[in-house]
Design a protein around this ligand. Structure first.
Ligand SMILES: Cc1cc2nc3c(=O)[nH]c(=O)nc-3n(C[C@H](O)[C@H](O)[C@H](O)COP(=O)(O)OP(=O)(O)OC[C@H]3O[C@@H](n4cnc5c(N)ncnc54)[C@H](O)[C@@H]3O)c2cc1C
Length: 448
Protein backbone atom coordinates (compact mmCIF):
# COMPACT_ATOMS: atom_id res chain seq x y z
CA UNK A 1 0.00 0.00 0.00
CA UNK A 2 1.37 3.52 -0.80
CA UNK A 3 2.53 5.82 2.03
CA UNK A 4 -0.27 7.94 3.50
CA UNK A 5 -1.03 11.25 1.89
CA UNK A 6 -1.16 14.10 4.40
CA UNK A 7 -4.04 16.55 3.89
CA UNK A 8 -3.87 19.74 5.96
CA UNK A 9 -7.28 21.34 6.56
CA UNK A 10 -10.67 19.72 6.05
CA UNK A 11 -12.71 22.51 4.53
CA UNK A 12 -14.20 22.08 1.09
CA UNK A 13 -10.88 21.58 -0.68
CA UNK A 14 -9.41 19.29 1.98
CA UNK A 15 -12.49 17.02 2.16
CA UNK A 16 -12.58 16.74 -1.60
CA UNK A 17 -8.84 16.02 -1.87
CA UNK A 18 -8.85 13.41 0.91
CA UNK A 19 -11.85 11.54 -0.53
CA UNK A 20 -10.52 11.68 -4.11
CA UNK A 21 -7.19 10.17 -3.05
CA UNK A 22 -8.78 7.56 -0.77
CA UNK A 23 -11.11 6.53 -3.61
CA UNK A 24 -7.97 5.39 -5.45
CA UNK A 25 -6.95 3.13 -2.56
CA UNK A 26 -4.43 5.60 -1.13
CA UNK A 27 -4.39 5.93 2.67
CA UNK A 28 -4.90 9.52 3.86
CA UNK A 29 -4.06 11.29 7.11
CA UNK A 30 -6.15 14.45 7.54
CA UNK A 31 -4.86 17.04 10.02
CA UNK A 32 -7.56 19.60 10.81
CA UNK A 33 -7.34 21.97 13.78
CA UNK A 34 -11.09 21.95 14.53
CA UNK A 35 -12.46 21.47 17.17
CA UNK A 36 -9.27 22.38 19.07
CA UNK A 37 -9.04 25.76 17.37
CA UNK A 38 -11.19 27.74 14.97
CA UNK A 39 -10.46 30.46 12.43
CA UNK A 40 -12.55 33.61 12.98
CA UNK A 41 -14.97 32.46 10.25
CA UNK A 42 -15.44 28.81 11.26
CA UNK A 43 -17.83 27.82 14.03
CA UNK A 44 -18.91 24.21 13.47
CA UNK A 45 -16.87 21.20 14.61
CA UNK A 46 -17.90 19.44 11.41
CA UNK A 47 -15.56 19.08 8.46
CA UNK A 48 -16.62 20.69 5.16
CA UNK A 49 -18.13 23.76 6.82
CA UNK A 50 -19.52 26.53 4.62
CA UNK A 51 -18.27 29.70 6.29
CA UNK A 52 -20.83 32.16 5.00
CA UNK A 53 -23.64 31.81 2.46
CA UNK A 54 -25.22 28.39 1.85
CA UNK A 55 -25.30 28.89 -1.92
CA UNK A 56 -23.11 27.12 -4.43
CA UNK A 57 -24.40 29.59 -7.04
CA UNK A 58 -25.98 28.91 -10.43
CA UNK A 59 -26.96 25.37 -11.29
CA UNK A 60 -27.35 26.12 -14.99
CA UNK A 61 -24.69 23.99 -16.73
CA UNK A 62 -24.34 26.65 -19.42
CA UNK A 63 -23.10 29.15 -16.81
CA UNK A 64 -19.42 28.90 -15.82
CA UNK A 65 -20.04 27.81 -12.24
CA UNK A 66 -22.84 25.43 -13.30
CA UNK A 67 -20.50 23.87 -15.85
CA UNK A 68 -17.78 23.51 -13.22
CA UNK A 69 -20.22 21.69 -10.94
CA UNK A 70 -21.22 19.37 -13.78
CA UNK A 71 -17.58 18.55 -14.57
CA UNK A 72 -16.86 17.89 -10.89
CA UNK A 73 -19.87 15.58 -10.64
CA UNK A 74 -18.70 13.62 -13.68
CA UNK A 75 -15.32 13.21 -11.95
CA UNK A 76 -17.01 11.85 -8.83
CA UNK A 77 -16.82 14.92 -6.57
CA UNK A 78 -17.78 14.11 -2.97
CA UNK A 79 -18.66 17.77 -2.33
CA UNK A 80 -21.11 17.77 -5.22
CA UNK A 81 -22.64 14.50 -4.03
CA UNK A 82 -23.14 15.98 -0.57
CA UNK A 83 -24.57 19.19 -2.08
CA UNK A 84 -27.12 17.31 -4.21
CA UNK A 85 -28.16 15.17 -1.27
CA UNK A 86 -28.77 18.21 0.96
CA UNK A 87 -30.05 20.74 -1.60
CA UNK A 88 -32.72 23.21 -0.55
CA UNK A 89 -35.00 25.13 -2.94
CA UNK A 90 -33.13 28.10 -4.38
CA UNK A 91 -34.55 28.70 -7.85
CA UNK A 92 -31.84 28.33 -10.46
CA UNK A 93 -29.10 28.18 -7.85
CA UNK A 94 -27.84 25.18 -5.90
CA UNK A 95 -28.10 25.94 -2.20
CA UNK A 96 -27.72 23.45 0.62
CA UNK A 97 -28.77 22.83 4.18
CA UNK A 98 -25.34 23.74 5.55
CA UNK A 99 -25.56 21.59 8.67
CA UNK A 100 -26.68 18.48 6.75
CA UNK A 101 -24.10 19.17 4.02
CA UNK A 102 -21.19 19.38 6.46
CA UNK A 103 -22.52 16.38 8.40
CA UNK A 104 -22.43 14.25 5.23
CA UNK A 105 -18.86 15.26 4.41
CA UNK A 106 -17.82 14.76 8.01
CA UNK A 107 -19.29 11.24 7.98
CA UNK A 108 -17.70 10.47 4.63
CA UNK A 109 -14.28 11.32 6.06
CA UNK A 110 -14.70 9.68 9.46
CA UNK A 111 -16.36 6.57 8.02
CA UNK A 112 -13.77 5.94 5.30
CA UNK A 113 -11.56 2.95 6.12
CA UNK A 114 -8.51 4.57 4.50
CA UNK A 115 -8.85 7.99 6.13
CA UNK A 116 -7.51 8.90 9.56
CA UNK A 117 -8.46 12.23 11.11
CA UNK A 118 -6.26 14.05 13.64
CA UNK A 119 -7.16 17.28 15.46
CA UNK A 120 -4.04 19.39 15.34
CA UNK A 121 -3.07 22.88 14.21
CA UNK A 122 -0.24 22.23 11.79
CA UNK A 123 2.56 24.77 12.15
CA UNK A 124 4.95 23.52 9.48
CA UNK A 125 4.67 21.89 6.11
CA UNK A 126 6.30 18.47 5.85
CA UNK A 127 9.65 18.55 4.01
CA UNK A 128 9.13 14.94 2.88
CA UNK A 129 6.15 12.82 1.87
CA UNK A 130 3.18 13.81 -0.26
CA UNK A 131 0.93 16.49 1.17
CA UNK A 132 -2.11 18.51 0.09
CA UNK A 133 -2.18 21.90 1.79
CA UNK A 134 -5.83 23.02 2.01
CA UNK A 135 -5.88 25.27 5.05
CA UNK A 136 -7.88 27.99 3.35
CA UNK A 137 -7.88 31.78 3.21
CA UNK A 138 -7.65 32.05 7.00
CA UNK A 139 -4.69 29.69 7.40
CA UNK A 140 -3.10 30.08 10.83
CA UNK A 141 -0.24 32.61 10.94
CA UNK A 142 2.44 30.00 11.83
CA UNK A 143 1.58 27.78 8.88
CA UNK A 144 1.28 30.80 6.57
CA UNK A 145 4.75 31.92 7.68
CA UNK A 146 6.17 28.50 6.88
CA UNK A 147 4.52 28.58 3.46
CA UNK A 148 6.01 32.05 2.95
CA UNK A 149 9.44 30.61 3.75
CA UNK A 150 8.94 27.88 1.15
CA UNK A 151 7.59 30.16 -1.57
CA UNK A 152 9.67 33.27 -0.83
CA UNK A 153 7.91 36.07 1.03
CA UNK A 154 6.90 37.80 -2.18
CA UNK A 155 4.99 34.76 -3.35
CA UNK A 156 2.54 34.81 -0.45
CA UNK A 157 -0.07 37.54 -0.32
CA UNK A 158 -2.28 38.76 2.44
CA UNK A 159 -4.69 40.83 0.45
CA UNK A 160 -7.78 42.68 1.30
CA UNK A 161 -8.96 44.23 -1.93
CA UNK A 162 -9.74 43.11 -5.45
CA UNK A 163 -10.96 45.13 -8.41
CA UNK A 164 -13.79 44.16 -10.77
CA UNK A 165 -13.16 42.45 -14.10
CA UNK A 166 -15.29 42.96 -17.20
CA UNK A 167 -15.47 40.97 -20.41
CA UNK A 168 -13.70 42.88 -23.17
CA UNK A 169 -16.39 42.37 -25.79
CA UNK A 170 -18.97 44.08 -23.58
CA UNK A 171 -17.06 47.40 -23.41
CA UNK A 172 -18.62 50.09 -25.60
CA UNK A 173 -15.70 50.94 -27.89
CA UNK A 174 -17.47 54.13 -29.05
CA UNK A 175 -16.45 55.48 -25.62
CA UNK A 176 -13.04 53.82 -25.17
CA UNK A 177 -9.61 53.84 -26.81
CA UNK A 178 -6.40 51.81 -26.51
CA UNK A 179 -3.34 53.86 -25.51
CA UNK A 180 -0.54 54.10 -22.97
CA UNK A 181 0.08 57.38 -21.20
CA UNK A 182 2.31 59.67 -23.29
CA UNK A 183 2.06 57.03 -26.07
CA UNK A 184 4.85 55.25 -24.17
CA UNK A 185 4.30 51.55 -24.96
CA UNK A 186 2.24 49.37 -27.21
CA UNK A 187 -1.20 50.62 -26.22
CA UNK A 188 -1.79 48.09 -23.46
CA UNK A 189 -4.52 50.07 -21.70
CA UNK A 190 -8.12 50.46 -22.75
CA UNK A 191 -8.99 53.97 -21.61
CA UNK A 192 -12.54 54.88 -20.69
CA UNK A 193 -12.81 58.70 -20.63
CA UNK A 194 -15.29 60.79 -18.62
CA UNK A 195 -16.28 64.40 -19.32
CA UNK A 196 -16.53 66.85 -16.41
CA UNK A 197 -20.30 66.25 -16.07
CA UNK A 198 -19.90 62.46 -16.28
CA UNK A 199 -17.14 62.61 -13.67
CA UNK A 200 -19.31 64.65 -11.27
CA UNK A 201 -22.19 62.19 -11.53
CA UNK A 202 -19.79 59.27 -11.03
CA UNK A 203 -18.03 60.89 -8.05
CA UNK A 204 -21.32 61.72 -6.37
CA UNK A 205 -22.60 58.14 -6.82
CA UNK A 206 -19.31 56.60 -5.66
CA UNK A 207 -19.08 58.59 -2.44
CA UNK A 208 -22.66 57.85 -1.41
CA UNK A 209 -22.90 54.17 -2.44
CA UNK A 210 -23.48 51.32 0.01
CA UNK A 211 -20.44 49.48 1.34
CA UNK A 212 -20.15 45.93 2.65
CA UNK A 213 -19.63 46.06 6.43
CA UNK A 214 -16.40 44.33 7.43
CA UNK A 215 -16.29 41.53 9.98
CA UNK A 216 -14.36 42.07 13.24
CA UNK A 217 -11.42 40.03 12.04
CA UNK A 218 -11.20 41.83 8.73
CA UNK A 219 -8.65 44.50 9.40
CA UNK A 220 -10.08 47.79 8.14
CA UNK A 221 -6.55 49.22 7.79
CA UNK A 222 -5.75 49.07 4.10
CA UNK A 223 -2.37 49.16 2.45
CA UNK A 224 -1.82 52.67 1.12
CA UNK A 225 -0.85 51.20 -2.25
CA UNK A 226 -4.10 49.25 -2.48
CA UNK A 227 -6.78 51.53 -1.05
CA UNK A 228 -10.40 50.84 -2.01
CA UNK A 229 -11.53 53.33 -4.62
CA UNK A 230 -14.31 54.70 -2.40
CA UNK A 231 -11.84 55.25 0.47
CA UNK A 232 -9.64 57.29 -1.88
CA UNK A 233 -12.70 59.18 -3.11
CA UNK A 234 -13.64 59.95 0.49
CA UNK A 235 -10.36 61.86 0.89
CA UNK A 236 -11.51 64.43 -1.66
CA UNK A 237 -12.28 64.80 -5.33
CA UNK A 238 -8.68 65.44 -6.32
CA UNK A 239 -7.42 62.16 -4.82
CA UNK A 240 -8.86 60.12 -7.67
CA UNK A 241 -8.14 62.74 -10.35
CA UNK A 242 -4.48 62.67 -9.31
CA UNK A 243 -4.63 58.93 -8.62
CA UNK A 244 -6.10 56.00 -10.58
CA UNK A 245 -8.40 58.21 -12.66
CA UNK A 246 -5.81 60.77 -13.70
CA UNK A 247 -6.11 61.73 -17.37
CA UNK A 248 -2.50 62.92 -17.89
CA UNK A 249 -0.65 61.76 -21.00
CA UNK A 250 -3.84 60.71 -22.78
CA UNK A 251 -5.72 62.27 -25.69
CA UNK A 252 -9.22 61.01 -26.49
CA UNK A 253 -9.30 60.43 -30.27
CA UNK A 254 -13.05 61.18 -30.25
CA UNK A 255 -12.53 64.77 -29.02
CA UNK A 256 -8.84 65.41 -29.74
CA UNK A 257 -8.53 66.59 -26.10
CA UNK A 258 -7.39 65.31 -22.77
CA UNK A 259 -10.43 63.83 -20.94
CA UNK A 260 -11.46 65.19 -17.54
CA UNK A 261 -10.95 61.75 -15.96
CA UNK A 262 -10.09 58.27 -17.20
CA UNK A 263 -10.62 54.70 -16.05
CA UNK A 264 -7.94 52.39 -17.39
CA UNK A 265 -8.65 48.73 -18.14
CA UNK A 266 -5.82 46.21 -18.38
CA UNK A 267 -5.77 42.72 -19.89
CA UNK A 268 -6.23 39.84 -17.47
CA UNK A 269 -5.36 37.06 -19.90
CA UNK A 270 -3.16 36.49 -22.96
CA UNK A 271 -6.00 37.04 -25.41
CA UNK A 272 -7.41 40.09 -23.63
CA UNK A 273 -10.90 38.61 -23.25
CA UNK A 274 -11.07 39.89 -19.68
CA UNK A 275 -10.14 43.36 -18.50
CA UNK A 276 -9.37 44.55 -15.00
CA UNK A 277 -10.41 48.02 -13.81
CA UNK A 278 -7.02 49.29 -12.70
CA UNK A 279 -7.01 50.70 -9.17
CA UNK A 280 -10.70 49.98 -8.66
CA UNK A 281 -10.41 47.62 -5.70
CA UNK A 282 -13.59 48.17 -3.75
CA UNK A 283 -15.77 47.13 -0.86
CA UNK A 284 -18.97 48.55 -2.31
CA UNK A 285 -21.88 46.12 -2.30
CA UNK A 286 -22.33 44.21 -5.56
CA UNK A 287 -25.51 46.09 -6.62
CA UNK A 288 -23.77 49.40 -5.83
CA UNK A 289 -20.75 48.43 -7.95
CA UNK A 290 -22.92 47.55 -10.93
CA UNK A 291 -24.83 50.81 -10.64
CA UNK A 292 -21.85 53.11 -9.99
CA UNK A 293 -19.36 51.59 -12.43
CA UNK A 294 -21.95 51.56 -15.21
CA UNK A 295 -21.94 55.38 -14.96
CA UNK A 296 -18.60 55.17 -16.81
CA UNK A 297 -19.85 55.62 -20.38
CA UNK A 298 -17.74 52.80 -21.89
CA UNK A 299 -19.03 50.41 -19.22
CA UNK A 300 -22.71 51.42 -19.43
CA UNK A 301 -23.79 47.92 -20.43
CA UNK A 302 -20.70 45.88 -19.61
CA UNK A 303 -20.72 42.30 -18.32
CA UNK A 304 -18.89 41.89 -15.03
CA UNK A 305 -16.92 38.63 -14.99
CA UNK A 306 -16.04 39.36 -11.35
CA UNK A 307 -17.07 42.14 -9.01
CA UNK A 308 -14.64 43.72 -6.61
CA UNK A 309 -14.46 42.62 -2.99
CA UNK A 310 -12.52 42.99 0.19
CA UNK A 311 -11.83 40.45 2.85
CA UNK A 312 -8.84 39.06 4.59
CA UNK A 313 -7.25 36.42 2.46
CA UNK A 314 -4.08 34.43 2.21
CA UNK A 315 -3.13 33.08 -1.15
CA UNK A 316 -0.02 32.27 -3.08
CA UNK A 317 1.20 33.94 -6.25
CA UNK A 318 0.17 30.76 -8.10
CA UNK A 319 1.52 31.56 -11.59
CA UNK A 320 4.99 31.99 -10.16
CA UNK A 321 5.10 29.39 -7.38
CA UNK A 322 2.95 26.46 -8.61
CA UNK A 323 3.57 23.75 -11.19
CA UNK A 324 0.75 23.11 -13.73
CA UNK A 325 -0.53 20.27 -11.50
CA UNK A 326 -0.68 22.59 -8.46
CA UNK A 327 2.49 21.56 -6.62
CA UNK A 328 4.94 24.05 -5.12
CA UNK A 329 7.89 24.56 -7.43
CA UNK A 330 10.14 24.90 -4.38
CA UNK A 331 8.68 21.83 -2.60
CA UNK A 332 7.20 19.57 -5.28
CA UNK A 333 5.83 17.07 -2.77
CA UNK A 334 3.31 19.72 -1.59
CA UNK A 335 0.08 20.29 -3.54
CA UNK A 336 -1.83 23.49 -2.76
CA UNK A 337 -5.62 23.30 -2.96
CA UNK A 338 -8.58 25.57 -2.29
CA UNK A 339 -8.76 29.29 -1.84
CA UNK A 340 -5.10 29.34 -0.72
CA UNK A 341 -4.07 28.26 -4.24
CA UNK A 342 -5.65 31.38 -5.78
CA UNK A 343 -9.14 30.27 -6.75
CA UNK A 344 -12.11 32.12 -5.28
CA UNK A 345 -15.36 30.61 -4.01
CA UNK A 346 -16.73 27.42 -2.50
CA UNK A 347 -17.16 25.50 -5.74
CA UNK A 348 -13.80 26.58 -7.13
CA UNK A 349 -12.07 25.65 -3.86
CA UNK A 350 -13.62 22.19 -3.93
CA UNK A 351 -12.72 21.84 -7.63
CA UNK A 352 -9.05 22.51 -7.00
CA UNK A 353 -9.19 20.07 -4.06
CA UNK A 354 -10.60 17.45 -6.42
CA UNK A 355 -7.77 17.96 -8.92
CA UNK A 356 -5.12 17.88 -6.17
CA UNK A 357 -6.62 14.74 -4.60
CA UNK A 358 -6.84 13.03 -7.99
CA UNK A 359 -3.24 13.83 -8.86
CA UNK A 360 -1.74 13.34 -5.39
CA UNK A 361 -3.42 9.91 -5.36
CA UNK A 362 -2.02 9.12 -8.80
CA UNK A 363 1.44 10.27 -7.77
CA UNK A 364 1.27 8.04 -4.68
CA UNK A 365 0.47 5.17 -7.08
CA UNK A 366 3.39 6.05 -9.36
CA UNK A 367 1.15 7.41 -12.13
CA UNK A 368 1.50 10.54 -14.25
CA UNK A 369 -0.71 13.56 -13.44
CA UNK A 370 -3.89 14.21 -15.40
CA UNK A 371 -4.78 17.75 -16.45
CA UNK A 372 -8.25 18.50 -17.87
CA UNK A 373 -8.37 20.23 -21.26
CA UNK A 374 -8.19 24.06 -21.23
CA UNK A 375 -11.62 24.21 -22.89
CA UNK A 376 -13.27 22.87 -19.71
CA UNK A 377 -14.19 24.93 -16.65
CA UNK A 378 -11.66 22.91 -14.63
CA UNK A 379 -9.01 23.60 -17.27
CA UNK A 380 -9.97 27.30 -17.28
CA UNK A 381 -9.38 27.50 -13.52
CA UNK A 382 -5.99 25.82 -13.92
CA UNK A 383 -5.25 28.30 -16.72
CA UNK A 384 -5.97 31.16 -14.33
CA UNK A 385 -3.56 29.72 -11.75
CA UNK A 386 -0.89 29.48 -14.45
CA UNK A 387 -1.56 32.88 -16.03
CA UNK A 388 1.79 34.66 -15.95
CA UNK A 389 0.46 37.66 -17.91
CA UNK A 390 -0.87 39.48 -14.85
CA UNK A 391 1.99 40.68 -12.68
CA UNK A 392 -0.39 41.25 -9.78
CA UNK A 393 -2.08 37.85 -9.55
CA UNK A 394 -5.48 37.88 -7.81
CA UNK A 395 -7.84 34.98 -7.03
CA UNK A 396 -10.75 34.49 -9.39
CA UNK A 397 -14.11 32.80 -9.53
CA UNK A 398 -14.60 30.55 -12.53
CA UNK A 399 -15.99 32.46 -15.53
CA UNK A 400 -16.40 31.78 -19.23
CA UNK A 401 -13.66 34.32 -20.00
CA UNK A 402 -11.13 31.79 -18.67
CA UNK A 403 -11.97 29.41 -21.54
CA UNK A 404 -10.49 29.80 -25.03
CA UNK A 405 -12.93 31.64 -27.33
CA UNK A 406 -15.21 29.75 -29.70
CA UNK A 407 -14.27 29.72 -33.38
CA UNK A 408 -15.72 32.77 -35.17
CA UNK A 409 -19.38 32.30 -36.05
CA UNK A 410 -21.22 33.94 -38.96
CA UNK A 411 -23.72 35.62 -36.63
CA UNK A 412 -22.98 37.27 -33.26
CA UNK A 413 -23.97 34.92 -30.47
CA UNK A 414 -25.92 36.19 -27.46
CA UNK A 415 -24.37 35.65 -24.03
CA UNK A 416 -26.77 32.75 -23.48
CA UNK A 417 -25.92 31.10 -26.83
CA UNK A 418 -22.22 31.55 -26.18
CA UNK A 419 -22.65 29.85 -22.79
CA UNK A 420 -24.44 26.91 -24.42
CA UNK A 421 -21.75 26.49 -27.08
CA UNK A 422 -18.89 26.79 -24.60
CA UNK A 423 -20.56 24.28 -22.26
CA UNK A 424 -21.19 21.80 -25.10
CA UNK A 425 -17.56 22.00 -26.18
CA UNK A 426 -16.36 21.66 -22.58
CA UNK A 427 -18.52 18.61 -21.92
CA UNK A 428 -17.45 16.86 -25.13
CA UNK A 429 -13.77 17.59 -24.43
CA UNK A 430 -14.03 16.51 -20.80
CA UNK A 431 -15.67 13.20 -21.69
CA UNK A 432 -13.10 12.50 -24.43
CA UNK A 433 -10.26 13.32 -22.02
CA UNK A 434 -11.78 11.10 -19.30
CA UNK A 435 -12.06 8.21 -21.74
CA UNK A 436 -8.45 8.61 -22.89
CA UNK A 437 -7.33 8.82 -19.26
CA UNK A 438 -9.23 5.72 -18.20
CA UNK A 439 -11.62 7.66 -15.92
CA UNK A 440 -15.23 6.51 -15.84
CA UNK A 441 -17.90 9.25 -15.55
CA UNK A 442 -19.52 9.05 -12.12
CA UNK A 443 -22.94 9.86 -13.61
CA UNK A 444 -24.79 9.80 -16.89
CA UNK A 445 -23.63 12.92 -18.80
CA UNK A 446 -26.56 15.22 -19.62
CA UNK A 447 -27.24 16.48 -23.12
CA UNK A 448 -26.84 20.25 -23.28
C1 LIG B 1 -15.31 35.31 5.70
C2 LIG B 1 -15.39 34.58 4.39
C3 LIG B 1 -16.62 34.41 3.78
C4 LIG B 1 -16.71 33.73 2.55
N1 LIG B 1 -17.94 33.57 1.97
C5 LIG B 1 -18.05 32.89 0.81
C6 LIG B 1 -19.33 32.66 0.24
O1 LIG B 1 -20.36 33.08 0.76
N2 LIG B 1 -19.41 32.00 -0.94
C7 LIG B 1 -18.29 31.51 -1.54
O2 LIG B 1 -18.42 30.89 -2.62
N3 LIG B 1 -17.05 31.71 -1.02
C8 LIG B 1 -16.90 32.38 0.15
N4 LIG B 1 -15.66 32.58 0.70
C9 LIG B 1 -14.47 32.18 -0.03
C10 LIG B 1 -14.08 30.69 -0.02
O3 LIG B 1 -14.83 30.04 -0.98
C11 LIG B 1 -14.23 29.98 1.25
O4 LIG B 1 -13.30 30.55 2.15
C12 LIG B 1 -13.98 28.45 1.16
O5 LIG B 1 -14.43 27.91 2.34
C13 LIG B 1 -12.55 28.09 0.90
O6 LIG B 1 -12.40 26.69 0.95
P1 LIG B 1 -11.03 26.04 1.46
O7 LIG B 1 -11.25 24.59 1.52
O8 LIG B 1 -9.92 26.56 0.64
O9 LIG B 1 -10.82 26.63 2.92
P2 LIG B 1 -11.72 26.46 4.23
O10 LIG B 1 -13.10 26.04 3.87
O11 LIG B 1 -11.53 27.72 5.01
O12 LIG B 1 -11.04 25.25 4.99
C14 LIG B 1 -9.77 25.36 5.58
C15 LIG B 1 -9.70 24.44 6.77
O13 LIG B 1 -8.35 24.43 7.24
C16 LIG B 1 -8.35 24.51 8.66
N5 LIG B 1 -7.06 25.10 9.05
C17 LIG B 1 -6.60 26.36 8.91
N6 LIG B 1 -5.33 26.47 9.35
C18 LIG B 1 -4.98 25.23 9.81
C19 LIG B 1 -3.80 24.69 10.39
N7 LIG B 1 -2.74 25.42 10.63
N8 LIG B 1 -3.79 23.37 10.72
C20 LIG B 1 -4.89 22.57 10.51
N9 LIG B 1 -6.03 23.04 9.98
C21 LIG B 1 -6.07 24.35 9.62
C22 LIG B 1 -9.56 25.35 9.00
O14 LIG B 1 -10.02 25.08 10.31
C23 LIG B 1 -10.56 24.91 7.94
O15 LIG B 1 -11.38 23.87 8.39
C24 LIG B 1 -15.53 33.24 1.93
C25 LIG B 1 -14.30 33.41 2.55
C26 LIG B 1 -14.22 34.07 3.78
C27 LIG B 1 -12.88 34.22 4.44
Amino acid sequence: MPDPLLVIGAGLAGCEAALAAAAQGVPVLVREMKPLAYTPAHHSPLMGELVCSNSLRSDDPTSAVGLLKLEMSLLGSAVMRAARATAVGAGKALAVDRQAFAALLDQALRGHPLITLESVAVAELPREGLCVLASGPLTTPELAADLARLTGQEGLHFYDAIAPIVSADSVDMAHAFWADRYADGEGDYLNCPLSKEEWQAFYQALTTADQVPLKDFENPRFFEGCLPIEVMAGRGEKTLLFGPMKPVGLVDPATGRRPHAVVQLRKEDHEGRLLNLVGFQTKLTHPAQERVFRLIPALASCEFARLGSIHRNTFIDAPRVLTPDLRLVSAPQVYVAGQLSGVEGYVESAASGLLCGLNAGRRARGLEPLLPPPTTALGGLLGHLGNTVTKDFQPSNVNMGLLPPLPPSPQRLSKKQRGVELARRALADLLAWMEQSGLTPAMQPPSL
